[in-house]
Write a protein that binds this ligand. Structure first.
Ligand SMILES: Cc1ncc(C[n+]2csc(CCOP(=O)(O)OP(=O)(O)O)c2C)c(N)n1
Length: 622
């Protein structure tokens, strides 16, 4: 943990009240200390870096000028709010950020009264601030709501909807536009082009755009010059109505390497700040990389293939594709809804779009998926990354709902690969299918043989799973990459293991066969149990009048907080001991019920399971 010198200014600022006691003349020194502290700390621990280096002066100026937390200060997304966290009493907790049991990498109302609104997903700040402004007026509370939104976050429809609403109402709301020209990668869109080119010189399509939305526009001003920033904020504070202050900042400010390569330093693993981030070791490929490689190979063969990303080029593994096929690569900004309907339009006119999207962000585009893609049966492939638990980004970024919300949509095909090779085969299947299709995979290393040297796989038969291990009594029916964990459990208890592959359509023949051959069925998925793939199996068996009990293992009905991915899986009971324990308890219950009903029990034939059960005491099984 990095400590601050007791003589430093930063050491004297344990909350914004102490900050406000400092004279303006002290603030540049405080900014320097804060920036150095943040750099050292994030370099040691990992986390979001470049964006926060750019908001140091802004965080100081806003907390200095407003009566936070009484005046709600709402940062968009929250990845850039580390300086805000440091100034609001969490300086000594920064070393544990994004780890257990440390503070969140984003904003949380339960973490600090200064986090006026929880965030992690982008472009919510103006809507939330408007809600708070209207609430304050309704309740007769004289407070000033302030939203801080980046130029990247401003590309979302949600942000425009909020501006339009606020401007129309004439509500007393201050929006600070933190314009650094960057999203995670280069920002896109017409407004962004005008902000960063004309905005800096003061000329002004952008200004008239905001004025047309009913906002009084001020700026642009240099967001690192406190002698300009403080008076500008104080002046706009005194005004009323919808106001927007355009602040120009530099992503990575003050750390040369991050200024030069803001994309690389957007989010970092621990590194030596003197040396900079080391070139990544060639680790085993992740599912994301397998997807990116497949895409390039496939694009060479199929000229209809185009790719859409809502501002996630790096995270979705699209860097190579964007370089090699620039005309077939579309970054639409942080605009998930538009991404999906845009893909539907491309598909309706003969192309084969692949929407590369994180599970958690696809939540935003559910109606577009239903109304624009599935009802029209358009051939859009959804390559859904970060399916399941993501680890350090925490609850806002876990992709635990998609299997539930996809399997209920008529006309959708849903696949869950269990290895790098099966991901490739499923993507091929999706592309060949000609109807809406989703392939979802987690944020982890791809298992199985190396994929790159293999020829492009052929399409899989639709709705067919695969029995991978034959055991007795118990069958583990796995949807996705937890198959390896399932095999480990199966080796202990001699269970059968089935790679289900398809959440929709289910392999009904295989399920009936497995159900008739086993006493206990256990479904395993990295998705909420509620309405997930296991529910689909149970619903199907119940509809067929089967009484084979199904134990559905998956994510619980509560958020899983940040930590390592392994810690998160353990918390959800989806590691080897967790699954073993759940199966053992369930079998004990089933066995007791069967004893009572005197039905023959094939579990008895499972010598290995019986051996393990004997080793466990009654108390261990509860
Ligand atoms: C709905 C949603 N989509 C995508 C993301 C991933 N994401 C996090 S930060 C970011 C870029 C934000 O850019 P900007 O608002 O300009 O902030 P900067 O990092 O440049 O300061 C993106 C795309 C997200 N958090 N939420």
């Amino acid at each position: 943990m990095t400590t601050v010198s007791p003589l430093s200014l930063l050491a004297q600022v344990n909350d914004p009240v102490q900050l406000r006691a400092l004279p303006d003349t002290a603030l540049p020194k405080l900014a320097d200390e804060l920036r150095a502290f943040m750099l050292t700390q994030v370099a040691a621990t990992g986390g979001h870096l470049a964006s926060g280096l750019g908001t140091v002066e802004l965080a100081i100026a806003l907390h200095h000028s407003f009566d936070t937390p009484r005046d709600p200060l709402i940062w968009d997304v929250g990845h850039q709010a580390y300086p805000h966290k440091i100034l609001t009493g969490r300086r000594d907790e920064l070393h544990g950020i994004r780890k257990r049991p440390g503070i969140s990498g984003f904003l949380r109302r339960d973490e600090s009264p200064y986090d006026a609104f929880g965030a992690g997903h982008s472009s919510t700040s103006i809507s939330a601030a408007l809600g708070m402004a209207v609430a304050a007026r309704t309740l007769g509370q004289p407070v000033q709501a302030v939203a801080v939104i980046g130029d990247g976050a401003l590309t979302a429809g949600l942000a425009f909807e909020a501006l339009d609403h606020a401007g129309g109402m004439g509500e007393d709301l201050l929006v600070i536009l933190n314009d650094n020209g960057m999203s995670i990668s280069e920002n896109v869109g017409a407004l962004s082009q005008r902000l960063t080119t004309q905005g800096r010189t003061g000329a002004d399509d952008a200004a008239s755009f905001f004025r047309a939305l009913g906002f009084e526009y001020s700026g642009p001003i240099d967001g690192h010059d406190l002698t300009a920033l403080l008076p500008a904020i104080r002046a706009i504070k005194e005004k009323r109505g919808p106001r927007l202050l355009h602040v120009v900042t530099c992503k990575g400010k003050g750390y040369d390497l991050a200024e030069a390569e803001p994309i690389k330093y957007h989010g970092v693993t621990p590194f030596d700040p003197v040396q900079g981030l080391a070139a990544g070791k060639p680790a085993a490929p992740t599912y994301t990389q397998v997807f990116g490689d497949w895409l390039c190979e496939m694009a060479e063969q199929d000229p209809r293939l185009v790719v859409i990303t809502p501002a996630m080029r790096e995270g979705s593994g699209l860097v190579q594709f964007a370089k090699r096929f620039p005309d077939r690569y579309h970054d639409v900004g942080i605009a998930e809804q538009h991404a999906v309907t845009f893909a539907a339009g491309l598909a309706a006119s003969g192309l084969r779009p692949v929407v590369a999207i994180y599970s958690t962000f696809l939540q935003r585009a559910f109606d577009q998926l239903v109304h624009d893609v599935c009802l029209q049966q358009l051939p859009v492939t959804f390559a859904i990354d970060r399916g399941g638990l993501v680890g350090p980004d925490g609850a806002t970024h876990n992709g635990g709902l998609d299997l539930s919300f996809l399997r209920c949509v008529p006309g959708m095909t849903v696949m869950t690969p269990s290895s790098g090779n099966s991901l490739r085969a499923m993507l091929r299947t999706a592309l060949d299918l000609g109807t809406p299709c989703a392939v979802r995979y987690p944020r982890t290393v791809a298992t199985g043989a190396p994929t790159q040297s293999l020829p492009l796989p052929r399409a899989l038969p639709i709705g067919r799973g695969e029995l991978q291990r034959r055991g007795s009594g118990i069958a583990l029916m796995v949807f996705g990459t937890l198959i390896e964990t399932a095999h480990e459990v199966a080796d202990i208890i001699d269970a059968s293991v089935v790679d289900m592959r398809f959440v929709k359509p289910l392999d009904e023949t295989l399920i009936l066969e497995i159900a008739s051959q086993h006493d206990v069925l256990v479904t395993i998925e990295e998705n909420v149990v509620a309405g997930g793939a296991g529910s689909a199996v149970a619903e199907f068996l119940a509809a067929r009048g089967h009484d084979t009990p199904v134990l559905s293992l998956g994510l619980p009905d509560r958020p899983i907080e940040h930590g390592t991915r392994d810690q998160c899986l353990q918390e959800a009971g989806l590691d080897v001991p967790g699954i073993f324990d759940a199966v053992a308890r369930h079998c004990a219950v089933i066995a007791e019920q069967r004893e009572r009903s005197r039905k023959p029990l094939r579990l008895r034939d499972n010598a290995m399971f019986n051996g393990v059960m004997r080793l466990l005491t009654r108390s261990q099984l509860g």
